[in-house]
Design a protein around this ligand. Structure first.
Ligand SMILES: Cc1cc2nc3c(=O)[nH]c(=O)nc-3n(C[C@H](O)[C@H](O)[C@H](O)COP(=O)(O)OP(=O)(O)OC[C@H]3O[C@@H](n4cnc5c(N)ncnc54)[C@H](O)[C@@H]3O)c2cc1C
Length: 342
């Protein structure tokens, strides 16, 4: 099959945009990435990269890089808020890799020639971009491109939960998520001999705040949670209300394709948002090298929309289950039994 090449503008130099850029460059495309931030982030928490995301990195020419830099997730424990075990997952066949966002973005940015990413450049509206065969809108959950092409009614909506994330010094082997009424707390290893943590709580949007609120919310939880929270340095805490996308009628508009959170932001409970952004970028790039642009975009929408919209729904359900306020005993017993017989 002939490899097709062309010129692509990528709006947003995040995880999805840089995966697409690497994969296209590898096949001889000319790529310009417009990124509004002045530089790559220097701090950030760990992302769980599932096998499909590792395969997408392979398509982008960076196979093996995440495994070398990150930490393999081969087991995990689900606990109740008091520390007792609900279930253990062991011997995961193709483990996920835990890698911090700055490390992932660093390896993606290192894969493209210098000058490809135009830092400090808010993306021009697609209509002002001339001379490109395709525009890839990878401008994240607040995507101005999505707003422009599909209107404000497709803006992400509040999931009902708010999240804190951060890291503390010192390595850990702990890989656990603890569930209590209306809240969860996770602890994982990450690259750089650090311990990654995250918390989610059901709460009205904008109703919670800083480290004080967080420590207070988890003050009765098991010692590993309290120990991590005591070691948190105030300036390192990230706090976000969590949003998810309504279903877009298409991920394509003319010669513009939406990828990643711009198309399908989801609750983080299945750890799939960044992974799916990478798969979008790699899939789109492969299709663009194999088919004429209109055909490639049609195929991209067909391959990716239904699956990712289902994941938005599944992530929402997982978020409701893990932070349930009622019937938690029944939930825990069911999960424990289901995993024992899986
Ligand atoms: C608490 C939490 C935990 C998470 N954990 C995981 C996990 O473990 N695993 C996982 O797979 N996912 C996880 N996610 C989801 C993941 O972070 C996102 O899905 C992922 O970052 C989406 O990638 P993206 O490339 O679409 O967007 P982003 O990574 O957000 O990149 C968008 C880029 O576009 C740029 N941009 C925005 N507007 C403009 C503009 N106008 N002009 C130019 N540039 C612009 C931004 O600066 C940014 O660099 C988590 C999310 C949260 C909130």
């Amino acid at each position: 099959m002939t490899t097709r090449t062309g010129k692509a503008a990528v709006l947003g130099g995040g995880i999805g945009g840089l995966t697409a850029a690497n994969a296209l460059l590898r096949h001889g495309w000319h790529v310009d990435v417009f990124e509004r931030s002045a530089s790559l982030p220097e701090t950030g928490t760990a992302l769980g990269l599932w096998p499909e995301a590792l395969d997408a990195l392979g398509t982008a020419g960076l196979g093996g890089a995440a495994e070398t830099r990150g930490v393999l997730q081969t087991a995990g424990t689900m606990r109740r808020w008091d520390g007792t075990v609900i279930a253990r997952l062991e011997g995961i066949r193709r483990p996920a890799v835990l890698l911090s966002r700055p490390a992932l973005l660093g390896l993606l940015a290192d894969g493209v020639p210098s000058g490809t990413i135009r830092f400090g450049r808010p993306a021009p509206p697609p209509g002002e971009l001339t001379g490109y065969d395709v525009v890839i809108a990878a401008d994240g959950i607040g995507s101005p491109t999505r707003d422009l092409l599909f209107g404000a009614r497709y803006r992400p909506v509040y999931t009902g939960s708010t999240a804190w994330r951060g890291w503390v010094g010192g390595a850990t082997d702990d890989m656990s998520e603890s569930w209590g009424p209306g809240a969860l707390f996770g602890i994982t290893p990450r690259d750089g001999d650090l311990t990654n943590w995250f918390a989610a709580v059901r709460a009205p949007a904008g109703s919670t705040g800083g480290l004080g609120d967080l420590r207070d919310r988890f003050r009765h939880w098991h010692p590993a949670v309290r120990d991590v929270l005591e070691r948190v340095e105030p300036g390192t805490v990230l706090h976000h209300d969590l949003y998810e996308s309504p279903r877009l009628p298409s991920y394509v508009h003319g010669t513009v394709a939406l990828i990643g959170d711009a198309a399908h932001a989801m609750a983080p409970n299945l750890g799939r948002g960044a992974c799916e952004a990478m798969v979008d970028g790699a899939t789109l790039a492969t299709l663009l090298t194999e088919h004429p642009v209109p055909d490639a975009l049609r195929r991209y929408d067909r391959e990716r929309r239904r699956r990712t919209q289902r994941l938005v729904t599944a992530s929402h359900l997982m978020s409701r289950i893990t932070t349930a306020r009622r019937a938690t005993g029944l939930r825990n017993a069911f999960l424990s039994a289901a995993l024992r017989f899986a």
